[in-house]
Design a protein. Structure first.
Length: 272
């Protein structure tokens, strides 16, 4: 079990966000903004899935998970709140969040279903966020220095995503979730997630007026497929999830641990 500390991030999210806050790069800004747009809805679903899975456990097993589940919920609720503030600034810039309402409609179809389905979906998404978080923590310069608040927000969020990457997976296993369904949901989530993030990123670039600029597409190729590209560096850890003996704890968490230790001045622990 993991002791998950709930932290209050010491950043002011009330001040406006620069239009191209990510190192002045239109593509990277649009990509990270797209991801942020999905978080309030997604993280509420993850909270509900973990809470529902916990309630489905026998009483004895609940005691084993209780503290970790409380920490998971506290961390995700904090992420949801700060990204909602972040997204409010994006709306004022004229960006339109098409991802969130589409996700809400799909997730509503799971109401009343076996809680293992929601946990399987959550575990798959948590794997995505964990491997992307690890990439971000290993390549922090990709975020630039134009807005230190957002650099801190993304790296703190990444560190906590890596920290709680086992929770939904372990609950799914504890409830007897099968490998076959775990992989089925992972394949579905891969298709849906990649389609949604691409669609929202293109939407953001279109509304930003930078969709057809050469510099945008040059950055896209470099950011995704370059030597330190997101897809290039996350493909292997993505594929690892397909193994029958896979567990999120097998993947290196040292960048998360290092960032939290070295930047303790940027947050205040509020509970575990």
């Amino acid at each position: 079990m993991t002791d998950l500390v709930v932290r209050r991030l010491l950043v002011d999210m009330e001040a406006p966000i620069p239009r191209h806050w990510c190192a002045g790069d239109a593509f990277r800004t649009a990509l990270f903004n797209a991801l942020s747009m999905s978080f309030p809805v997604g993280e509420q679903f993850f909270i509900d899935a973990v809470r529902g899975g916990f309630k489905a456990l026998p009483a004895q097993a609940q005691e084993k998970f209780r503290v970790e589940v409380q920490g998971f919920i506290g961390q995700e609720a904090t992420h949801r709140r700060l990204h909602a503030l972040y997204n409010g600034h994006l709306e004022k810039q004229g960006l339109v969040n098409d991802w969130a309402p589409r996700a809400q409609q799909r997730l509503a179809l799971l109401e009343g279903q076996d809680p293992r389905h929601a946990l399987g979906i959550t575990a798959a998404n948590e794997h995505f966020t964990a491997i992307m978080a690890d990439w971000m923590l290993r390549n922090p310069d990709m975020l630039g220095q134009q807005d230190e608040r957002l650099t801190t927000l993304w790296l703190w969020h990444s560190a906590e995503e890596s920290e709680h990457k086992c929770t939904a997976f372990d609950l799914y296993q504890a409830l007897g979730g099968s490998h076959a369904w775990r992989i089925t949901w992972f394949r579905r989530i891969t298709t849906v997630f990649l389609g949604d993030v691409a669609r929202q990123t293109l939407n953001n670039l279109h509304r930003d007026g930078t969709l057809w600029k050469w510099s945008t597409w040059k950055s896209a190729v470099s950011t995704l497929f370059g030597q330190r590209g997101l897809i290039r560096q996350t493909y292997k850890p993505w594929r690892d999830y397909l193994r029958e003996d896979f567990h999120p704890g097998q993947q290196d968490s040292s960048p998360s641990e290092r960032w939290l230790a070295e930047h303790a001045d940027r947050y205040t622990p509020v509970g575990a």
